[in-house]
Design a binder for this molecule. Structure first.
Ligand code: NAP
Length: 526
């Protein structure tokens, strides 16, 4: 069994106690063990702030971009090995693993392109010069400069590659070193990825540190120039947000948490149309991809009441036909959930939703699927693709409050108006993405504007975009990822906006020509 090591202060650290085991969720074979007990985390943070911070800040955007490009290539060069780890440690099908690993390399590559376009600057200029008063002698200008601390990236178990890359790409391009703490159950892939990235020798020493295992006293050593960028459950997000050290020292915290993403079928969309087919396909993909363990997965489906039975029928047919089992097999379309704890949580979650008024199982459910391909005995953490139906969307409160982080979604009726659809979606109290399938411009406009305050992204599918649209579950580096309320209130990615989380926005105020001369050394884009 492999013992996973952390990479801290320029060397590999192996703990001697406090281990947690990592398993293959299909076979329950133990693959590795991880612990960071005894690691000197205060020193690792100090090392990053003092060694790699200055080195990164000395690089221009173009040089940082070149570094990102090389890192993206290194991931691509190790693609097969990394995909295999996604299958073995994450329970991913090969296609699921590609979503994670290729997502990591393409996000780094996208930020490399963005960085290259910024050229030889080292800070960003935000907006135009602002005349202050009547005289041109006095002016104001906002700029963004890299923070002097460390970006502590704490990630969820479901994206061990992309989760690292999407945060680190922004921090590095901004000029800030990172310390990555992957979720322990699927850390094997992150460890291998970090090994590959370090082996490129492209990163200044200390710009990438890795902590595998429990975080210990990590947060207690953070200060006002550091950033915590967290992805995971609301529960852990709240613990981090309210951590006394982070609160007392005003450490910047970004939280990406749970989300009860909604998909709404417009009343104009006819069964059998392309848009209707895309609406169904997006749901089936989101329930089954990564066994539903995707923060952007559709958890709530709203259809006009007269479509409830036909949509139910179509989804049952498609979901019941999904081949579940050993993701190593080419024929298998959905693997297990990632851990035994996750399996318990998904089963309990489905039961919680079922306990609410007028909610029933259309297909799947909390029990182990009766047919599994290539799986021995009762091994593995399997759940069937599950569709629940809540006939009274308002009465089914748990459906709007409880995220079942697995292959489960709930179908509900609405009265066909944008107003009611919006008010039902809002019961989820904030999400990452809401999607709408409609060709009716008025319905789309009314609904988009109602949904917008509660979401980080609103995805519209219509006959004009069907066929080229990737589905709401795919996060693009160009667009914002995050959402208010239950989704954590965070913001990531969104092109250059993603860098601002790791930079300090400062208003320069004084003699206009001097301010202009300083701003001329930066790059517009803040
Ligand atoms: P989790 O249990 O909250 O863990 C997330 C991360 O926090 C892990 O690295 C975990 O480490 C770490 N952690 C736990 N306790 C901590 C503490 N006291 N201080 C610092 N770090 C701590 O979440 P998960 O089960 O891995 O992920 C599933 C959840 O993530 C779901 O709720 C899902 O909605 C959410 N998610 C959200 C997004 C998004 O972008 N909004 C994306 C993906 C997932 P250990 O593993 O070592 O405990």
């Amino acid at each position: 069994m492999e013992t996973l090591r952390s990479y801290l202060s320029g060397s590999w650290y192996e703990a001697s106690s406090g281990f947690e085991e990592l398993v293959n969720p299909t076979t329950e074979e133990i693959l590795a063990r991880a612990s960071a007990e005894g690691a000197d985390l205060a020193h690792a943070l100090h090392f990053a702030r003092n060694r790699s911070g200055p080195a990164l800040r000395a690089m221009t955007f173009a040089q940082r971009a070149e570094m990102l490009k090389g890192l993206a290539k290194a991931i691509h060069a190790s693609r097969e090995e990394l995909l295999d780890l996604g299958v073995r440690n994450g329970g991913n099908t090969r296609s699921d693993a590609k979503f994670d690993v290729d997502g990591a390399s393409s996000t780094l590559a996208a930020y490399a392109d963005l960085g290259a376009s910024l050229g030889d600057g080292r800070f960003l200029v935000d907006g135009d010069p602002i005349p202050m008063g009547r005289s041109s002698r006095l002016a104001g200008q906002h700029v963004l400069v890299p923070r002097r601390g460390v970006a502590v990236l704490i990630n969820a178990f479901n994206f061990p590659a992309w989760g690292l890359a999407e945060k680190a790409a922004c921090a590095w391009l901004a000029g800030v070193p990172v310390l990555v703490k992957p979720a322990t159950p699927t850390a094997l892939l992150t460890v291998r990825l970090v090994e590959k990235l370090l082996a490129t020798n492209l990163l200044p020493e200390g710009a990438l540190q890795l902590l595998v295992g429990a975080p210990g006293d990590l947060l207690c050593h953070l200060g006002p120039q550091d950033v915590v960028s967290f992805t995971g459950s609301s529960r852990t997000g709240t613990l981090i947000r309210t951590h006394p050290q982070l609160a007392a020292r005003s450490v910047r915290v970004n939280v990406e948490a749970d989300s009860l993403n909604a998909s709404i079928l417009g009343p104009d969309v006819e069964p059998g149309s392309e848009v209707y087919a895309a609406f169904l396909a997006d749901i089936v993909r989101d329930v089954t991809q990564k066994a539903g363990q995707k923060c952007t997965a559709i958890r709530r489906i709203f259809v006009p009441i007269e479509r409830l039975d036909s949509v139910r029928e179509e989804l049952v047919e498609r979901l019941a036909a999904i081949r579940v089992g050993d993701p190593c097999r080419d024929t298998v379309q959905m693997g297990p959930v990632a851990t035994a704890a996750q399996l318990r949580s998904v089963r309990e979650g489905i039961r919680t939703l079922l306990a609410s008024e007028r909610v029933e199982i259309a297909t799947g459910g909390p029990d182990r699927p009766s047919v599994l391909e290539g799986v021995e005995g009762d091994r593995g953490f399997f759940v069937a693709p599950t569709l629940l139906v809540a006939r009274d969307a308002v009465a089914a409160r748990p459906v709007h409050e409880h995220e079942v982080f697995g292959p489960c979604t709930t179908l509900m009726p609405y009265d066909g108006t944008a107003q009611q659809a919006a008010s039902l979606v809002a019961l989820g109290e904030g999400g990452l993405v809401a999607s709408i399938a409609t060709n009716d411009r008025d319905f789309a406009r009314d609904l988009i504007l109602e949904l917008a305050p509660f979401h980080g992204r609103v995805y519209l599918n219509s006959e004009k975009s069907v066929g080229v649209a990737p589905g709401p579950g795919t996060v693009f580096p160009q667009l914002l990822h995050g959402g208010p309320g239950r989704a954590g209130g965070g913001e990531e990615l969104g092109g250059l906006r993603g860098l601002t989380g790791y930079m300090q926005r400062v208003a320069l105020q004084g003699f206009g020509p001097l301010i202009d001369a300083i701003a001329a050394g930066g790059k517009r884009g803040g």
